[in-house]
Design a protein around this ligand. Structure first.
Ligand code: F6P
Length: 328
């Protein structure tokens, strides 16, 4: 069994609310089990640049409510080179670190898996941390719930303006190639249509739907467009629709980076705590090259290989059908 002498913890890729509760759980579970912990700043960049510090129980006091990540994060391309990995490995060895918890999305896991295959004496455990909710092996990823709530709050405000002015808003939300945020936010805000990367939407059908809303005396309409949608970009889409739907004044809003920060929801605080605790326990029990996730409210351990090759977010067609019915 791989005995952990010292544990490194890092966050990498886009920040996500819930990362801090997760870091707190990792640090305290390790210390509780007499394993010293080192925090790596800025993800893999800090491993290469030797930017790491010893963490104590009090290093993670009062961070449950904080958005972002106290360890900072980065998208580090150098880590994907052999030289970058070798430098990172030597830095870990020099500090006596032989296990890593990496919190992030698929890019983070790809790096972790390659690194651990090259240097199997460093055990790695992944924790799904991304607002996109697109990792196999966990029904929810850290940050998805908070980001969706943030999006809902913003769209509710836009609805006030849309309604007051009889306007049609096209609103773009994040999610990279995943429509998870768009779908959840769309249902929660009563969107008239939701455009997702997982399903192509014929523009004629969209126009028909919006026109029928017009004739049904709707005073406003909201169309949510996931950033990964392939209908040709939100501005072109809005322009094409405006030509046909005359009574509404059409506006475009791109929510952008306001979706990623902010204090984590109760759900993300609990998810972060559970996954951080489970990741350290899994490492102690000898697991490596795996990811801890939550499925049916139970901790599930999945190999990183599987997490990277499968896709979790399967479009729930029944939810989209429901949106069409409820928005008449
Ligand atoms: O993966 C999280 C995410 O916010 C995506 O939804 C989005 O496409 C991307 O990161 C934006 O990345 P950046 O902050 O590097 O521009």
């Amino acid at each position: 069994m791989h005995k952990i002498s010292k544990l490194g913890v890092l966050t990498s890729g886009g920040d996500a609310p819930g990362m801090n509760p997760c870091i707190r759980a990792v640090v305290r579970t390790a210390i509780y089990n007499n394993i010293p912990v080192v925090g790596v700043r800025q993800g893999y960049k800090g491993m290469i640049e030797n930017d790491m510090y010893d963490m104590e129980t009090r290093s993670v006091s009062n961070i449950l409510s904080l958005g972002g990540t106290i360890l900072k994060t980065a998208r580090c391309l150098t880590f994907h080179t052999d030289e970058g990995m070798e430098t990172a490995y030597q830095n870990l060895k020099a500090r006596g670190i032989n296990a890593l918890v990496v919190i992030g999305g698929d890019g983070t896991f790809t790096g972790a898996l390659r690194f651990s295959k090259k240097y199997p004496d460093i055990a790695v455990m992944g924790i799904p941390g991304t607002i996109d909710n697109d990792l196999y092996g966990s029904t929810y990823t850290l940050g998805f719930d908070t980001a969706t709530n943030t999006v809902i709050e913003a769209i509710d405000k836009i609805r006030d303006t849309a309604d007051s002015h009889d306007r049609l808003f096209f609103i773009e939300v994040m999610g990279r190639d995943s429509g998870a945020i768009a779908l959840r936010a769309g249902i929660s805000c009563g969107a008239e249509a939701i455009l997702l990367p997982e399903k192509s939407t014929a523009i004629d059908d969209l126009i028909k739907q919006l026109k029928s809303g017009e004739s049904n005396k709707k005073s406003s309409s909201i169309v949510i467009v996931a950033e990964g949608d392939k209908s040709g970009g939100i501005y072109d889409l809005a322009e094409a629709v405006q030509k046909e739907v005359k009574n509404y004044d059409i506006k475009v809003t791109i929510l952008g980076h306001l979706q990623r920060g902010g204090s984590p929801s109760s759900f993300d605080r609990i998810l972060g705590s559970r996954l951080g605790y489970a990741a350290v326990k899994a490492l102690i029990n000898g697991h490596s090259q795996k990811m801890v996730g939550l499925e049916a409210n139970h901790i599930k351990i999945t190999s990183l290989e599987e997490a990277l090759t499968q896709h979790e977010f399967k479009l729930e067609e029944d939810l989209l059908e429901m949106v069409d019915v409820l928005s008449i």
